[in-house]
Ligand binder design. Structure first.
Ligand code: NAD
Length: 444
């Protein structure tokens, strides 16, 4: 089938590459000409395991093309995916500017029948707005005739395993009441629906809400365990033992109950905020979601409080080695990363950060220029040189079993603040570290 994808970020690019990989003819459009040029040469601007390989092979066999030409892109696809960003606006609502810009452009160019798919995470009612916008633009122009359906098909991929998630989705939600559009989408997704039936068809509004509900319940689990971790700290209990104790109950499970320094990324923070705002707009008070967000904002300051209290508030001139900058492992995404909140707090207190991340160095350099307070190091060992403490912000695999002797040798003092609980307190004691983690008694 012929498919067009508007927006080549994490979602659009991965979705485009995966659809091309199974044989669909894909055109991806982005307004960022530099990105279009790089992608056309097979250069992948983001880090996502497996993406470069499938992209390059589809470029070679001609199944994928990149463009910034709306006429060409709209004419190409029978299915037109909108996969642009929906960042929060100043009051926390999802900003639909980019989605509606695409809708306007589609309205100007559309000809014949198309299925327009909202793949971006958008508030309930957005399919109606997109339909309205396209219809308004069509009615203003003369000549070509066009018909279309607008449907919701939210994306559930996880950064870091996005290719695999798209190739093997848990579920495919299709929000539409148009049989014609449903048939088109079933044909499109048939290659991903072989093992068992994954397609769930529902009305558009329920599909839009399903995406928010999914992210919000995951964020709720994280904020819940972080609250228990802080309580464990105050009560002298060990949250990791509690985690094991509750995770063994299949109704609870072990997933998404890792205590830490709060959730970040481009989805959970903005989607929780956006659902709170959607509810507020109709006079509904979301008590649980507000608490989830508040706990998360507080959680991003917990490690700073531990650091500050260890140094009795005197952080001027202290040097901290950061291992991990991205908001989670296997991605270079720094959006809303807890590392950014801690870096800023340390800088405000007069401290210096020496940082290393396996994939997010380029992105960090793009956001913060290197300066007297930020040194970006080429290896995790270099970050340790002359630092007063090691701080773990992201649980990358290659931080899990380091050479502790070497860490001790390179640090000024054997001191670790572990925001992800990746080390065992007993081993830290044997290795002779002072060790602070989340929701577990500190080791002195
Ligand atoms: P992103 O910011 O990485 O990419 C958005 C892309 O859209 C950019 O390349 C930008 O240049 C392009 N763009 C902006 N305006 C455009 C226009 N008018 N025409 C064409 N291209 C345009 O965003 P993302 O992370 O891919 O997220 C996209 C959507 O998918 C968001 O709504 C997000 O909430 C949702 N989502 C994201 C994830 C994730 O893990 N990142 C997962 C599921 C859903």
């Amino acid at each position: 089938m012929k498919v067009t994808i508007f927006g080549t970020g994490y979602v659009g690019l991965v979705q485009g590459a995966v659809l091309a990989d199974v044989g669909h003819e894909v055109v991806c459009l982005d307004i960022d000409q530099n990105k279009v040029d790089r992608l056309s040469r097979g250069e992948v601007p983001i880090y996502e395991p497996g993406l470069e390989e499938i992209l390059k092979s589809s470029l070679l066999n001609g199944n994928i093309r990149f463009t910034s030409d709306y006429g060409l892109a709209t004419a190409h696809g029978d299915v037109l995916f909108i996969a642009v960003g929906t960042p929060p606006d100043e009051n926390g609502s999802a900003d639909l500017k980019y989605v509606l810009d695409v809708a306007s452009s589609i309205g100007q160019e559309i000809d014949g029948y198309k299925v327009v798919v909202n793949k971006s995470t958008v508030p309930v009612g957005t399919a109606d707005k997109v339909r309205q916008r396209i219809g308004d633009i069509i009615s203003q122009r003369s000549g070509k005739t066009a018909s279309f359906d607008v449907i919701s098909n939210p994306e559930f991929l996880k950064e870091g395993s996005a290719v695999n998630d798209c190739l093997r989705p848990d579920r495919i939600i299709i929000g539409t009441d148009s049989e014609r559009a449903e048939d088109v989408m079933r044909e499109l997704y048939a290659p991903f629906n072989r093992n068992h039936e994954k397609i769930i068809v529902m009305d558009t509004r329920s599909a839009e809400l399903t995406k928010y509900a999914a992210n919000c319940i995951l964020a709720t689990k994280i904020s819940f365990i972080n609250e228990i971790a802080n309580l464990a700290d105050a009560l002298g209990a060990d949250v990791e033992k509690v985690r094991n104790g509750i995770g063994s109950d299949p109704r609870i499970g072990y997933e998404f109950i890792y205590p830490g320094v709060g959730y970040g990324g481009s989805c959970f923070p903005k989607d929780v905020q956006a659902l709170i705002k959607t509810a507020e707009d109709i006079g509904f008070d979301t008590k649980v979601l507000k608490a989830v967000e508040e706990r998360n904002n507080l959680q991003k300051t917990v490690l700073f409080d531990k650091i500050s209290s260890h140094f009795s508030g005197d952080l001027k001139g202290k040097v901290f080695a950061f291992w991990g900058l991205s908001f989670k492992p296997n991605t270079d995404d720094m959006r809303e990363a807890p590392s950014r909140v801690l870096m800023k707090a340390l800088w405000d207190a007069g401290a210096v950060v020496k940082a290393y991340d396996p994939e997010a160095m380029q992105e960090t350099r793009r956001i913060y220029a290197e300066s007297t307070v930020l040194e970006l190091c080429a290896s995790k060992e270099l970050a340790l040189e002359g630092a007063d403490a090691l701080v773990i912000l992201t649980e990358w695999k290659n931080f899990r079993a380091p050479n502790f002797e070497l860490i001790k040798k390179k640090l000024r003092t054997p001191l670790i603040f572990d925001g992800r609980n990746i080390y065992d307190p007993g081993s830290m004691l044997r290795e002779g570290f002072v060790y602070h983690s989340i929701g577990r008694p500190s080791i002195f």
